[in-house]
Design a protein around this ligand. Sequence first.
Ligand SMILES: *Cc1c(COP(=O)(O)O)cnc(C)c1O
Length: 384
Amino acid sequence: MRTVPRLQPFATTIFAEMSALAVEHDAINLGQGFPDTDGPASMLAAAQQAIADGQNQYPPGIGVPALRAAVARHQHDLYDLAYDPDTEVLVTVGATEAIAGAIVGLVDAGREVVMIEPYYDAYAATVAMAGGIRRTVPLVPDGDGFRVDRERLAEAFAVKPAVALVNSPHNPTGTVLADDDLAEIARLCVEHDVIAVTDEVYEHLLFDGRRHRPLATFPGMRERTLRISSAAKTFNVTGWKVGWVSGPADLVAAARTAKQYMSYVGSGPFQPAVARALDTELDWVSESAKQLGAQRDLLSSALADAGFAVHRSEATYFVCADPRPLGITDGIEFCRELPARVGVAGVPVAVFTDDREPWQHLVRFSFAKRPEVIEQAADRLRKA
Ligand SMILES: *Cc1c(COP(=O)(O)O)cnc(C)c1O
């Protein structure tokens, strides 16, 4: 193994393994979280037009002006958060590069990064690349949902971390962090002078009338929060890799400093298309979220019929199911068998944790698939 030790734990991803099993057994792949339908037609046409019009060279390092303006306008309209599009908004190669730029630009080697567990897999790898130390704060069951373990949260902030990396709506659980959990995170960030980096890529995909509340809108947080979002999940374009950060100029500058030597720039012709979509296609997004909510219902009830204990999914692409009522306690083993046995693939939540024990059983399924695909998966699960 030539890979440096700090990156060796990240050599293979669970998604590659489960997707290979899904192909081998002709299973419906509810493991990976990407949609199987296209985004708004006007946005797709705008990208084609941008290519036809010759927007095929390096865009400006901080992103095309139209997209930065649209990102700023969007947050002002939705959340009353005002950002200067020239100094407080930065376009990145997806939320993934935004996270990497933020962590590498803001976390010195040996400093701690607090993150909620289970965590999005890129967080752990990115912190390792920066030479930082991750410190996890678990979610704990709360009825059929989850909330933040407050005791562990206080302990994590007591070590004076450089950054708290906060993901809500939360992947993999589909939890929207409760207002009082967000308020407590905000209070601790202010008290301990910690920068918040917030991953809000699912900000538009909440169900049942829930509304997203950015951490930056809590008292004292606008000046210490770097907000991350992306077109990927909002507009069904996970392959376009158009993301952005917004925050006070000094935090954006830190992310920009790192980002400009990662990719420099990316996604040139897609940037004006996403700008257009942010300005004109929010109705499409609401409709898409409504449809996703219906798909969540369908998949959740099929899982319940099959004998799983199903957690409440309030947002995102995902629902978590507990197979212990079926006599199954090891979610990793179970996920390895599921494609062959049932013809459906999921991913074990334990792989997104440091302390696996409380998560050992849990399985994440994605409902970001066409209704007929969910129906077919539901049939297979019910027969299992
Ligand atoms: C999908 C996802 C991302 C990555 O977004 P890109 O814009 O495709 O890079 C980041 N964070 C979370 C929580 C995600 O689910």
